[in-house]
Design a protein around this ligand. Sequence first.
Ligand SMILES: [Cu+2]
Length: 161
Amino acid sequence: MNKPIIAALMLAGAAIPLASCGSEAEQPAEAAPANTIAGIEITNARLVLPPVAGNPAAVYFDLANKGDRSVTFRNATVEGAGRAEMHQSIMEGDKMVMGEAHPQTIQPGSSLEFAPGGMHIMVFELPEDMAAGGTAEVTLVAAGNKPHSFTAEIQAAGDDR
Ligand SMILES: [Cu+2]
């Protein structure tokens, strides 16, 4: 008998958070495609295979934040690979060493280059069918577990990076 009232309350309850929640979970200004973060643009993405089979590969790209809020990337995955890590190469004395990078915050209007000798995504346990000339699906994971996926062209170790 009072079902219509309950339904009306539920509708009202569902509408309130959308109308009043202005900070964390608000809708992006322009809807981003699935598995992307609004405003984030990746260009020049390539996955460079290791010179020796069994070694890790590296993913390089240019990342720009054209949105209106900062985005912090914590880690990455590559489809089919065992695991991937966000790495940074640094000079220690006269030796180049690399290790896992701290989370990288990209402010609105700024960009970050993932390039040989600097930031890169290190990819371990490559799928056996990964070959130069193909493509790989790379996903950067931002704070809050938000994924941003893009396609990288697979290059052989000796290719121009
Ligand atoms: Cu590395």
